[in-house]
Ligand binder design. Structure first.
Ligand code: OGA
Ligand code: MN
Length: 314
């Protein structure tokens, strides 16, 4: 059951964009909120064990009644994947997962990235890695930098083949603050004026890790086509530096303007974490950020994270 069946677009079928003068790119008026809503598709229709509920009109669904610490049946896995493709963010509340179990859950959906920070003895590769807001004394803190998760971003777009999905599991959640926001860049793309879609269709966006600008740049399509749904989505956010073939200030301005549009309220879901939440999201069609507010850094926040490897974006 594909919730929004579309014929996958072939790469390279758009011929118009680069013939236009790039300086004249304008992305038009903001869309109506009413246009933003995606059809709600119950991925678990007919599966009475589970309850699923959309969390916002724009994206995200919650699935309860499933214990993801155990190996998934083929039916469960398919249903989760359908929900994931339809809603881009799936929240599983009330889970109890070891780092190994989280890794194994992610591994149902592809090859899991080995954690970057391995133990000195090289052991325990097959586990989720720890992300905590703690300083060396174990006290909560805010680590703000140009590379921090507080900026809207997609995970690791500076890789040639960036991860398909990220899973994040709340081990310690703050009583307030520390939310995560997601914005649906497929809906945002759909809402662009046709003229803008045509003009940006063949542009390529350059990414480089904001935490290490000495690393090589990679470029990806600014409008990427989801390999499984055929939907187009904007691919941008932190770590994007410029548009290939466009003067840098102009490329940056275009990226800024598209990101501002994509992250408007009507395309967003804001997740308030509870201990035991496992959230998985699709890096191919959304941007996300850790919300920075006055309570950020007041309380301990400890998360475990596993990413599933992806393919070269087209
Ligand atoms: C991430 C991320 C945001 C957060 O894990 O990739 O961006 O709120 N996390 O922790
Ligand atoms: Mn992230």
């Amino acid at each position: 059951m594909n919730p929004s069946p579309r014929v996958p677009a072939k790469a390279g079928t758009h011929s118009s964009a680069l013939q236009e003068p790039l300086a004249s790119i304008s992305i038009g008026a903001f869309p109506d909120a009413a246009e933003a809503a995606e059809p709600w598709v119950p991925a678990f229709a007919g599966m009475t064990n589970y309850v699923s509920a959309p969390l916002s009109p724009a994206l995200a669904v919650k699935i309860v009644g499933i214990d993801i610490s155990r190996p998934l049946s083929a039916d469960d896995k398919d249903a989760i994947w359908r929900a994931f493709l339809a809603h881009h963010v799936v929240v599983f509340p009330h889970q109890s997962l070891t780092r190994e179990q989280q890794f194994d859950f992610a591994a149902h959906f592809g090859e899991v990235e080995a954690p970057e920070a391995r133990r000195a003895n090289g052991k325990r590769h097959g586990v989720a890695h720890v992300m905590a807001n703690l300083d060396t004394n174990g006290n909560p803190t805010v680590r703000y930098s140009p590379a921090a998760n507080y900026h809207w971003h997609t995970d690791k777009p500076y890789q040639g083949a960036p991860p398909i999905l990220t899973t994040l599991y709340a081990v310690e959640a703050p009583p307030s603050g520390g939310d995560t926001e997601f914005a649906n860049t497929a809906l945002a793309y759909d809402a662009l004026p046709e003229e803008t879609k045509r003009r940006i269709a063949r542009l390529r966006v350059v990414f480089r890790p904001a935490f290490d600008v000495s690393q090589p740049e990679v470029d990806h399509p600014l409008v990427r086509t989801h390999p499984e749904t055929g939907r187009k989505a904007l691919y941008l956010g932190n770590h994007s530096t410029k548009i290939l073939g466009m003067p840098e200030p102009e490329g940056r301005a275009l990226l800024r303007e598209l990101l501002d549009r994509a992250t408007q309220q009507q395309f967003n879901y804001r997740h308030r974490w509870q201990v035991g939440d496992l959230v998985m999201w699709d890096n191919r069609c959304l941007v996300h950020r850790a919300v920075l507010d006055s309570d950020t850094g007041k309380y301990r926040r400890v998360m475990h994270r596993s990413l599933v490897k992806g393919a070269v974006p087209v």
